[in-house]
Design a protein around this ligand. Structure first.
Ligand SMILES: Nc1ncnc2c1ncn2[C@@H]1O[C@H](COP(=O)(O)OP(=O)(O)O)[C@@H](O)[C@H]1O
Ligand SMILES: [Mg+2]
Length: 344
C-alpha cells in the first residue's frame, strides 16, 4: 500500500492524497478547498485537473514507471523533469499562446503543474476522428512545428546543451516503435534498422517526439500543444513523419473522409516546407520525413503502441501497404500520401 505522505508513494489520482501533498508542499493554503478532476486519455502519466479557491486552474502531471499499454513497457519517471524543461523552453520557442506555462515542478514526486487550458476546448484527435478536418488547424499545426524548429536552430548551442540527452527518445520511440516493429515484421527489418541508425546521426534541431493531434487542444482558432516528455535535440524529420502518420492513418480509417485527410497531409507538409525555407536542413529533410512516415505508419500497427482506432483488418491492410511502399520508396511526401491511399 503506497504511503500518500511520501512523495515517492504519492498517487495524484487519489484526491485526498493530492490535497494533503499540495498542503504539505505549501503549494496551496492550509484551508484551501480544491475542485479536482482526474483526466483520461494519457498512457504514460497520471493527469489531474485542479481548480483553486481563487479560480486559477492547474493540470498536474505525474510520470508513471509502467505505461498503460497492453505490452509491458517501462520508462524512468524522472522524464517529468525533461517535460518541465520542455515547457520552459517551448514557451519561448513556440508561437505565443501555444504552450501552457509551467507552474511548478517536484522532481522527487515525479510531477509538475502547468496552467490548465481554459474551457471550452476540444481535443484535436477527437475532432479529426469525427471527420472535422479544418485547414486552419492543419496550417497552425505546420506553423507551430516550423517555428519551433527555426527558433531552436537559431539558438542551436543552448538548445543542444539543454536537450542533448536522447535516452527517453530511445526508450519511448526508437525501441518500442522501430525496433519492436522490425521484430514483428521481418520484411521491414532492414528498412527500420537503417532508419534507426540514420536517426541517431541526424541531430540538427529540437524534436518534440509526440507531435500528434492527440496532444493538441483546439481553443477557437488556436492550438495548444501538450506532452513534451520525449523532447530532444535530434532529427526534426521524426516529428513530420509522426504527424503525417496520424493524417494518413485517419485517411485509412475513415474512407468517407479519405480525400480530406490526404489533402491535409499534403497541406501540412507544404506549409511546413515553405515556413522552414532557407534553413540549412530544409533541403534534405523531405527524404528523411518520407522514411519516418513509413516507419511510423508501420509502427502504429505493429509496434508496442498501436493506434487503438484501427481494427485488426485495418492493421493488416496498413502493414501490407507500408511494406510495399518500403520496397519501392516514394520520392516525396505527396507521392507517398497518394500511393498509400491508392494501395489501401
Ligand atoms: N494543461 C492542460 N490543460 C487541459 N488539459 C490538459 C492539460 N494537460 C493535459 N491535459 C489533458 O490530459 C491529457 C493527457 O495529458 P498528456 O500531457 O498528453 O499526458 P500523457 O503523456 O499521459 O499522454 C491530454 O490529452 C489532455 O486532454
Ligand atoms: Mg498525451
Amino acid at each position: 500500500m503506497p504511503d500518500p505522505d511520501r512523495p515517492d508513494g504519492l498517487d495524484i489520482e487519489r484526491p485526498e492524497a493530492l490535497v494533503r501533498y499540495l498542503r504539505a508542499a505549501k503549494r496551496i493554503a492550509a484551508d484551501e478547498r480544491l475542485e479536482i478532476r482526474v483526466l483520461a486519455g494519457g498512457v504514460s502519466n497520471r493527469t489531474v485537473w485542479v481548480r483553486r479557491a481563487g479560480g486559477e486552474a492547474w493540470v498536474l502531471k505525474q510520470a508513471l514507471a509502467k505505461l498503460r499499454v497492453q505490452a509491458d513497457w517501462f520508462s524512468d519517471p524522472a522524464r517529468i523533469h525533461r517535460e518541465a524543461e520542455g515547457l520552459r523552453w517551448l514557451e519561448r520557442l513556440a508561437p505565443a499562446g501555444t504552450i501552457t506555462p509551467l507552474v511548478f515542478e517536484d522532481p522527487a514526486a515525479h510531477l509538475l503543474a502547468m496552467a490548465a487550458v481554459p474551457k471550452p476546448h476540444e481535443n484535436w484527435k477527437t475532432m479529426l476522428l469525427a471527420g472535422r478536418v479544418e485547414n486552419a488547424h492543419v496550417d497552425a499545426f505546420a506553423g507551430l512545428l516550423a517555428t519551433v524548429q527555426r527558433r531552436a536552430h537559431e539558438r542551436e548551442r543552448d538548445v543542444r546543451a539543454a536537450f542533448g540527452d536522447r535516452s527517453f527518445f530511445e526508450s519511448l520511440r526508437l525501441e518500442p516503435y522501430y525496433t519492436y516493429a522490425a521484430q514483428q515484421v521481418p520484411e521491414a527489418a532492414d528498412f527500420l534498422h537503417a532508419l534507426i541508425e540514420a536517426t541517431r546521426k541526424r541531430t540538427y534541431t529540437l524534436v518534440h517526439g509526440d507531435y500528434s493531434p492527440k496532444n493538441v487542444l483546439v481553443r477557437g482558432p488556436n492550438l495548444v500543444l501538450l506532452d513534451h516528455e520525449v523532447i530532444h535535440f535530434g532529427d526534426g524529420a521524426f516529428d513530420l513523419g509522426f504527424a503525417l502518420t496520424h493524417f494518413l492513418s485517419k485517411a485509412h480509417h475513415l474512407p468517407a473522409h479519405r480525400g480530406a485527410f490526404v489533402r491535409a497531409a499534403g497541406r501540412f507538409w507544404t506549409n511546413y516546407r515553405n515556413a522552414v525555407e532557407g534553413l540549412p536542413f530544409a533541403g534534405t529533410i523531405e527524404p528523411a520525413a518520407v522514411r519516418h512516415t513509413l516507419g511510423c505508419l508501420l509502427a502504429r500497427v505493429a509496434g508496442r503502441s498501436p493506434l487503438e482506432y484501427l481494427a485488426a483488418d485495418e492493421r493488416d491492410r496498413q502493414r501490407r501497404a507500408v511494406v510495399n511502399l518500403m520496397r519501392n520508396k516514394p520520392p516525396d511526401i505527396a507521392t507517398l500520401a497518394q500511393r498509400f491511399a491508392a494501395d489501401l
